[in-house]
Design a protein. Structure first.
Length: 96
């Protein structure tokens, strides 16, 4: 796959990405996909941010997760826990 861009994820809002964690399938729903301010004119891609929600009561640590999506296939995405709401924990991935 080419260098990932916001356009890759644009049609995936509210869709589930699955990660395999210690033999357990963990669903992460993409709830936000936003552009970020461009910093360098010679950047390989426009920076963007993704936010995923996981409804598990367990907080997953900051690390790279191998995510599966029906259309995008297998992707390694570095997730950072950033918040908790009534529906679960939110995890952000920043691409710059």
């Amino acid at each position: 796959m080419d260098l990932l861009s916001l356009e890759h994820f644009g049609g995936c809002l509210n869709e589930t990405f699955s990660a395999r964690l210690q033999g357990i399938e963990a669903p992460f729903v993409l709830v936000q996909a936003n552009p970020l301010p461009t910093r360098a004119a010679d950047a390989a891609r426009a920076p963007f941010s993704l936010v995923f929600r996981n409804a598990s009561p367990l907080l997953f640590p900051q690390q790279t997760y191998r995510m599966q999506h029906p259309r995008l296939g297998e992707l390694d995405i570095f997730l950072v826990p950033v918040a908790q709401d009534r529906d679960g924990f939110l995890y952000q991935a920043v691409f710059n």
